[in-house]
Design a protein around this ligand. Sequence first.
Ligand code: EPU
Length: 408
Amino acid sequence: MAGTVRISGSKNSALPILAATLLTNERCVIHRVPDLSDVHYMLQILTHLGAEVERASGIVTVKAEKVATEAPYDVVRKMRASVCVLGPLLGREKEATVSLPGGCVIGDRPIDLHLKGFEALGAAVRVHSGNVKVLAPSLRGASVSLRGKLGTTVLGTDNVMMAAVLADGVTVIQDAAREPEVVDLADFLNKMGAKIEGAGTSRIVIEGVKELHGAEHEVIPDRIEAGTFLVAGAIAGKKVTITRANAGHVAAVADALKTCGYQIAAKSDSLTIQANGTPRPLNLCTEGYPGFPTDMQAQMCALLATAPGESAVTENIFPQRFMHVSELKRMGAAIELDGATARIHGVASLSGAPVMASDLRASAALVLAGLKADGMTEVSRVYHIDRGYELLDEKLSGLGATIERVKV
Ligand code: EPU
């Protein structure tokens, strides 16, 4: 396995950006939208809310002439990110009702910080019969901190920003998420006529405007897909180049891989990974950006499973996000969970086994482990992969991996 792979547009940028198109009655054109089931669900929600949506080879056009303000359970239940229509609907219509997201295998998924932000802007929040309703006679700028017990919130920052762009006066989001996806959303909103400064720092200042207009935007490269392919190269011990990536966004993952002993050559939009002797173990903690991303934790566990020595991976963002561990153990990995830390004793080899995907990144980790394992690995429930990786199997076979999607 070796070669070059092109990175797709970012799922976690595309989803809030598509939601943000609800903020105007004019046409928005979004480029480099990945073909993923989560994107498909978001487009279904936009259509349900009354928007006209067209999609052709990575370009999505949305025109939300009029919008409904209710997104019921059957349209939002498939994806937790559907909660990010709350902000734009509140901003535009001063009212929104969305079915509450439940917990999921990666842990509890509360939205208290999103709601705290809306309340600060003057909205009344009511949770009833599984729905959350936010209603404001008018929205006024305010200062609000989005720091919670486990740090800040990415979609919460997005949501409050999307509501605040049409509020009267200035909103200051303190302890905002600094992820590149927040910056991408702010860039798009500014193209629509919003006045946002400070995105990418923990203090975002939004000066409300009367209305937004249509805009055209290209979604940033998916840094988690990029990181996943770097780990694929690492695990297979082969030279892999990823292109159309943003090397800066992948720095924490590249640094971790370098600490393990891999050689990484980075240009601004491409990175090449190459093995350099036996990999070394690693101690790693997930953190908000620019720290090591929680969305790469499972893939890293798969890699460290065969790095000789003792590694420790601590999950600070979603402390229960370790569903991949029991499946990796079925493939021969020696991993013990100690609270939110996976203690990994690197083994000489993994063996192929039938394993079950539990969530998006856990599925990717199992596929990566399968690249290393002796014999055949059969990953079931691969619909989790299709939620967030565009053509993962085709891209891996393009690199020479023996991987096949089997219809059952
Ligand atoms: N949290 C709260 N209260 C809130 C919101 C979050 O306590 O109101 C907690 C969460 O329970 C969690 C932590 O804060 O412990 C961080 O959650 P965050 O809100 O930042 O997560 P998110 O915005 O719902 C996005 C990504 C996730 C990614 C996280 C963290 C999207 C669509 N999803 O979720 O991506 O893991 O940020 O970076 O952008 C994935 O792509 O596989 C994925 C799960």
